[in-house]
Design a binder for this molecule. Structure first.
Ligand code: HEC
Length: 81
């Protein structure tokens, strides 16, 4: 029983950790594993364009879920106008 409570508390802790990440944190954790930021920042795209790029990155194995994708798009479109 104690174990279950501990596991539950730990999952809550992990979830909070992920949800407390800023859009920028999510961007840097998800988008800088395979290449640098230059190839991303030199591109000027709208939301639709980024959505397409992120889908392509997922096909390479980027593993971005839909809420992370929204955060990344928010970050990229707020910073790069
Ligand atoms: C699993 C590895 C991987 C991850 C993670 C990844 N990329 Fe890429 N990315 C690539 C590869 C490989 C290329 C070069 C091939 C190409 O141009 O399609 C590339 C190229 C690009 C390009 C230039 C190519 C184009 O179509 O203009 C952009 C912009 C880009 N990535 C954005 C991102 C963003 C934003 C993220 C975070 C969601 C990301 N990448 C995460 C593998 C990855």
């Amino acid at each position: 029983m104690k174990k279950i409570v501990l596991i539950l508390l730990f999952s809550i802790f992990l979830t909070t950790l992920v949800y407390s990440m800023s859009d920028e944190d999510i961007f840097y954790t998800k988008c800088t594993n395979c290449h640098g930021t230059e190839i991303i920042f030199k591109k000027k795209l709208n939301k639709k364009g980024w959505k397409k790029i992120i889908k392509k990155m997922n096909s390479y194995g980027a593993n971005v879920n839909s809420s992370e994708r929204n955060a990344i798009i928010r970050f990229l479109t707020n910073n790069k106008k």
